[in-house]
Design a protein around this ligand. Structure first.
Ligand code: DI6
Ligand code: FE
Length: 420
């Protein structure tokens, strides 16, 4: 034993670790933590005596433990919102009318450009808090509403700063090729030359980029344009991912796979060849049921093809002001099951183990295994399916990030009394 070891005992574990069946269940389990790491995960009866001796023990009262949840696709940093646009759509307004009234993605671009970095942080924190309140310990955040070099970097700096304010890991993704701003309308090539590529270089040089993404779609960027961005990313040794096949089949999934992408996201229109290519390259299909629901899509991602060919699936919120104003991974899992037909095991793996793979972090997080980071959640539930089954109910009992429990921080803060 080492000073400060802690054991969470009297719990049931959803380890998601390979080789233990779908969910990697361990009944009557225990977890031992040293510093930021897990040092034992398994049956309580099998806890080595040298770990048990002298460690602080926390009785979980028969609750369930899962890995910390991972939201592997968000546009969480933005300013303002698009509620008015939503209201206009409900009243029957067309896309054109909304655009003419200053709505659509350009309105988010305008608001982000007008916002300071401090305002972006302040407006994004409540969204991050909502995710964390349901057990999120890692969140990916994309740029893409700045669309100038300076404004893209401002978004990424704001994203990084969020993790200084909260006990959560933030990974940042450069999405300069998200939309063509008004000043470059009809000149995608120039926009890529003048903004997207220099922005990537600058953001990377400033240490602000963990991965590079693009929006491959008729209304956004062509596969050829995306390839130029990916070529630069690869020259900088940055992993890539892609918004692929959301509204049409441009072969985005196959393009992503051919570049060894970590993930292809949305993938509603992905065809069988795309699914096969993704399985071969280990590219994760990140399903985003919130956007599917919110924009009332009807084409579902080809889940059966993904299963048939062994393409791994993750689930994420796609939190963004235009097509998925969603800050709940629990509801995302419910939607993954009800709208896309995923199993409970696929949903839970999709927000843990597979989400970690979609971020290139599977060596660190995503399952409960000795050696990984001590990121996990305690849930007041009777069985794992409850996490997928309920809508709008939060059974989180405690959230542990890097070995530190939110409950311990709350006690600490309460003890400090006046400084709140
Ligand atoms: N996919 C989408 O649907 C959007 N961005 C993306 O990558 C829309 C973003 C917005 O409307 O703000
Ligand atoms: Fe997205």
């Amino acid at each position: 034993m080492a000073d400060g070891d802690r054991i969470w005992r009297n719990a049931h574990l959803v380890t998601l670790s390979p080789g233990l069946g779908d969910l990697g269940l361990v009944g009557d389990g225990a977890i031992a933590v040293r510093g930021e790491r897990l040092i034992y995960v398994g049956p309580e009866a099998g806890l080595p005596g040298e770990i048990a001796a002298g460690a602080e023990s926390i009785d979980c009262g028969g609750r369930w433990i899962t890995p910390g949840l991972i939201d592997c696709h968000t546009h969480l940093v933005f300013a303002g919102n698009r509620a008015r646009e939503f209201e206009m759509r409900l009243a029957g307004a067309t896309y054109e009318e909304i655009a003419r009234a200053g709505g659509g993605i350009v309105s988010s671009v305008r608001q982000v450009r007008e916002a300071s970095e401090e305002v972006l942080v302040a407006e994004s924190l409540p969204r991050l808090d909502a995710l964390m309140a349901e057990g999120v310990t890692t969140v990916e955040i994309k740029s893409g509403y700045g669309l100038t070099v300076a404004d893209e970097m401002k978004m990424l700096r704001a994203a990084r700063r969020l993790s200084a304010h909260r006990a959560v890991r933030v990974t940042t993704t450069y999405l300069g090729a998200h939309a063509t701003p008004a000043e470059y309308r009809g000149r995608n090539g120039d926009f890529i030359d003048n903004i997207v590529l220099p922005g990537l270089e600058a953001a990377h040089a400033a240490g602000l980029v963990d991965a590079v993404d693009g929006f491959c779609e008729g209304i956004a960027f062509s596969p050829e344009e995306i390839r130029r961005v990916f070529d630069r990313a690869q020259a900088l040794r940055l992993p890539v991912k892609l918004h692929a096949d959301q509204l049409s089949d441009l072969g985005g999934a196959a393009l992503a796979a051919s570049c060894g992408a970590l993930s292809a996201d949305h993938v509603e229109y992905t065809n069988e060849a795309g699914a096969v290519a993704m399985a071969k390259s280990g590219t994760i299909a990140v399903l985003l049921p919130g956007a599917f629901y919110f924009i009332r899509e009807t084409r579902k991602p080809p889940v059966d093809l993904f299963r048939k060919h062994g393409t791994a699936m993750a689930l994420a919120t796609d939190c963004n002001p235009g097509t998925s104003p969603l800050t709940s991974l629990l509801l995302t899992m419910n939607m993954g099951a009800t709208l896309f037909g995923l199993t409970v095991a696929e949903c839970l793996a999709g927000v843990t183990r597979e989400a970690a793979r979609a971020l290139g972090l599977s060596g660190e997080i995503g399952t409960l295994e000795a050696g990984k980071r001590a990121d996990f959640c305690l849930w007041s539930i009777r069985e794992p399916a409850e996490l997928v089954y309920r809508m709008g109910f939060n059974p989180l009992f405690d959230r542990i990030h890097g070995g530190i429990a939110d409950s311990a921080c709350a006690r600490h803060t309460a003890q400090r009394g006046d400084i709140r």
